[in-house]
Design a protein around this ligand. Structure first.
Ligand SMILES: O=c1ccn([C@@H]2O[C@H](COP(=O)(O)O)[C@@H](O)[C@H]2O)c(=O)[nH]1
Length: 281
């Protein structure tokens, strides 16, 4: 039986807390960890993170860009990391932020969401800014394969408002429209739908200002920006309010800076998870 991603994530957050650890092998972190800036260094880095947090946090999020910058050897490492992450029992969210015209989106869906594809984790981040309807192939395949999607809605970067806060002809913001479309796909699903949103922990009161009803999305809310970008317990509570039980807080550098020692990484992840749980309870 296929268990939908939303149900699997809800169970993982209940068991391990609301934290996703980002696997972002930045050049500077590889150097700090004494690793070479090549695919072998990225491999050692990512497997070390999995050793520290696999099976102990709700999710991990390998950032595809840091693997792709090493070409085909880096992509092969990403494949290995996706498989190794899933083997630990921790959910794997591939942060690749794909988005394209529908026919090409079908190929991205095939790569990242199809059973048996080496790049398919448990969920994928995607961009709706070629139009929400262009995401249909990914939505169809995610739902039929028990996977999830995180659709960019209100991102953590300071430039996001240029597009996301813009108003359409009927006065509704782009972000609110994205959120409403995701919510329609999750309607009536319990405990949580599988079509989530990306909503940065750094956005302050932007959800209110843009008319985004986060609770009505009835899906998971991936909240990057915790740690290195300045988001903390106070920001999580402020941004998510009534939707806080849907939130999966995400931290990459904030945890990774504790490496390369496995015990220190594990302790940093535990702290981040406990802080997020307290802020979102
Ligand atoms: O709005 C967004 C969407 C995605 N991200 C990604 O999350 C991590 C954040 O890394 P930190 O080191 O914790 O700052 C990174 O992979 C981004 O691409 C985001 O930050 N904001």
């Amino acid at each position: 039986m296929i268990v939908p991603f939303g149900a699997r994530l809800a169970a993982a957050m209940d068991a391990s807390g609301p934290l996703c650890v980002g696997i972002d092998p930045h050049q500077s972190l590889l150097e700090a960890w004494g690793l070479p800036d090549d695919a072998s260094g990225v491999r050692s880095f990512a497997l070390r993170v999995l050793e520290a947090v696999g099976g102990r946090v709700a999710a991990v999020k390998p950032q595809a860009a840091f693997f792709e910058r090493h070409g085909s050897a880096g992509v092969a490492v990403l494949e290995e990391v996706v498989a190794a992450g899933r083997d630990t029992g921790t959910l794997v969210i591939v942060d690749a932020k794909r988005g394209d015209i529908g026919s090409t989106m079908g190929a991205y869906a095939d790569a990242f969401l199809r059973d048996g594809s080496p790049l398919a984790g448990d969920a994928l981040t995607i961009s709706p800014y070629l139009g929400f309807g262009s995401l249909d192939p990914a939505i169809d395949l995610a739902l039929s394969s028990g996977r999830g999607l995180f659709v960019l809605c209100l991102t953590s970067n300071k430039e996001g408002h240029e597009v996301q806060h813009a108003r359409t002809d009927d006065g509704v913001t782009v972000a609110a429209r994205v959120a409403a479309r995701a919510g329609a796909l999750n309607e009536g699903v319990e405990p949580l739908g599988s079509i989530g949103l990306v909503v940065g922990a750094t956005i302050g009161d932007a959800a209110r200002r843009t008319g985004v009803d986060l609770a009505a999305v009835n899906g998971p809310l991936l909240a990057p920006g915790v740690g290195a970008q300045g988001g903390g317990a106070r920001e999580l509570a402020q941004v998510f309010g009534a939707a806080r039980r849907q939130v999966l807080a995400s931290s990459s550098r904030g945890v990774l800076a504790a490496g390369p020692d496995v015990a220190s990484l594990r302790a940093a992840a535990r702290r981040a998870s406990d802080e997020a749980a307290a802020a979102l309870s």
